[in-house]
Design a protein around this ligand. Structure first.
Ligand code: FE2
Length: 311
């Protein structure tokens, strides 16, 4: 199933693209509650370099690199009494934070995992490349390769992350991955439907247009957002499930799983796994890929398979 754009959506996208292109060129994170200076990535990179030096010194580097390829399939069954009957047993495969150019061959590991499971819909919650600026055309081939292996009843749906550029929107026709840029689509089985809404990244590129993603319509509703930052808006609009990523689960964690850095300030409960907000269930994926440094400790990458049921 594909999701053609209406004329209204095409026009809204033009305005969005112009706005996003401007936001991508300045030196601020555009947050919902005001501007913030961008992180000092150069300093962060230097700190990571020192970290890598010590990992090599203590003989832990290879183990951290090996962990990057240990992508787990995390299976979860979620019960929703209000789930439409035709969608009882509906399976959603959730990929997040591919950062597909962060290590060579990552796309093949992801494809191996995807082949192991059956699903009805695949959703992707942003961050397709390693860098947050500059060229991106080199990721088109591996992303397209992954998209080729996403075979399901409904076509894949995706949102952009803070590492992504508005220019990637041009790629959706070729890849078959439908972006939801502050948009909503309906998935239908007979007379029943699910609503899936996706907002543009709120970590660096929030605008009030993001609010247009969320519909007040009464239905079973799923929100896709790169971060948890719009969870309260989704909950206020009575969404049932909110899927996001961004944190990588910490990526580098202490034994026991405590994240050293999560790149989010919304609270520890949003760093990884399940959380609730009002009646809404939320899930933050630890992601498939890595950023900053190609290492993971005490936090393996994941692909998540949700099975929705009525009871
Ligand atoms: Fe990421």
């Amino acid at each position: 199933m594909s999701y053609p754009l209406s004329e209204e959506e095409k026009n809204k996208r033009l305005i969005w693209a112009v706005t996003r292109s401007v936001l991508e060129t300045d030196n601020y994170k555009h947050k919902r509650h005001g501007q913030k200076s961008k992180s000092n990535w150069n300093l962060f990179t230097k700190v990571l370099g020192i970290f890598v030096f010590f990992m090599k010194l203590f003989g832990l580097y290879q183990a951290g690199l090996a962990n990057v390829f240990k992508i787990r399939i995390q299976k979860h069954r979620l019960s929703f009494p209000n789930l439409p009957a035709q969608f009882d047993g509906f399976r959603i495969l959730h990929l997040s934070d591919l950062h597909i150019d962060s290590v060579a061959g990552l796309e093949d590991t992801i494809i191996e995992r995807i082949k192991e499971v059956d699903f009805d819909l695949c959703v992707l919650t942003g961050d397709y490349r390693q860098s947050s600026a500059g060229v991106f055309t080199h990721i088109l081939k591996p992303i397209k390769k992954i998209a080729h292996h996403i075979q399901a009843e409904f076509g894949p749906l995706a949102v952009l992350g803070n590492h992504d550029t508005y220019l990637m929107a041009n790629f959706e026709n070729e890849s078959g991955i439908r972006l939801l840029i502050n948009e909503t689509v309906e998935l239908k089985r007979g007379d029943d439907k699910l609503i899936v809404s996706g907002a543009d990244d709120p970590f660096s590129y929030y605008t009030d247009a993001s609010l247009l993603a969320f519909t007040p319509e009464k239905a079973f509703k799923i929100a896709l957002v790169h971060t948890s930052e719009l969870a309260d808006i989704a909950a206020d609009n009575e969404y049932d499930l909110y899927l996001c990523g961004h944190t990588h689960g910490g990526q580098i964690c202490l034994p026991g799983g405590k994240a050293l850095i999560s790149h989010q300030t919304e609270g520890n409960k949003y760093i990884s796994g399940f959380w609730n907000l009002g009646q809404m269930r939320g899930y933050t994926s630890a992601g498939c890929g890595v950023s900053g440094v190609a290492l993971r400790y005490n936090c393996l990458p994941e692909i998540t398979l949700f099975e929705l049921s009525k009871n």
